[in-house]
Write a protein that binds this ligand. Sequence first.
Ligand SMILES: CC(C)(COP(=O)(O)OP(=O)(O)OC[C@H]1O[C@@H](n2cnc3c(N)ncnc32)[C@H](O)[C@@H]1OP(=O)(O)O)[C@@H](O)C(=O)NCCC(=O)NCCS
Length: 126
Amino acid sequence: MKVRKFVPKDLKRVFEIENMSFDQSYGISMFQQLYEMGIGFLVAEKNDYVIGYVMFWVKYENQGHIISIAVDKNYRRQGAGTELLIRAISILSMLPIDAIYPGYYEGGEGAIIMYLPVERGKIANK
Ligand SMILES: CC(C)(COP(=O)(O)OP(=O)(O)OC[C@H]1O[C@@H](n2cnc3c(N)ncnc32)[C@H](O)[C@@H]1OP(=O)(O)O)[C@@H](O)C(=O)NCCC(=O)NCCS
């Protein structure tokens, strides 16, 4: 399994994974727009097949946000989610931010909101 930067040819496959993973979808054009805005966007690949993705950015200048993370149902519990999150956190934590938050959903879908305090490249002791 390898993690690499998203490229536009991954769009359809990422959208497929999002659709099977969430009740509410950002919509394919939103993915395209977020990518064009320059958000952090990584995919996990197994044998050249995209099996998961993570999108992240910096909000309010000092908060790292995991916008969305999902792994294809058929490839879960094999460590792809962990690998994607580790890579996103390591990129975000190099920026001058205080903490990293995963996103949450509008509507009925349940969510656990988490945050990880960071200090320039490492997890902070808060
Ligand atoms: C959350 C998600 C990305 C995890 O992806 P994954 O590739 O299965 O994650 P990993 O294999 O790295 O799992 C890491 C650990 O998380 C925990 N975990 C993952 N899925 C779990 C589940 N359904 N129930 C309980 N624990 C779970 C386990 O501790 C697991 O370690 P283990 O397999 O050694 O027990 C995936 O389940 C998913 O796409 N869910 C739907 C979308 C979603 O909820 N995204 C998060 C909010 S944006």
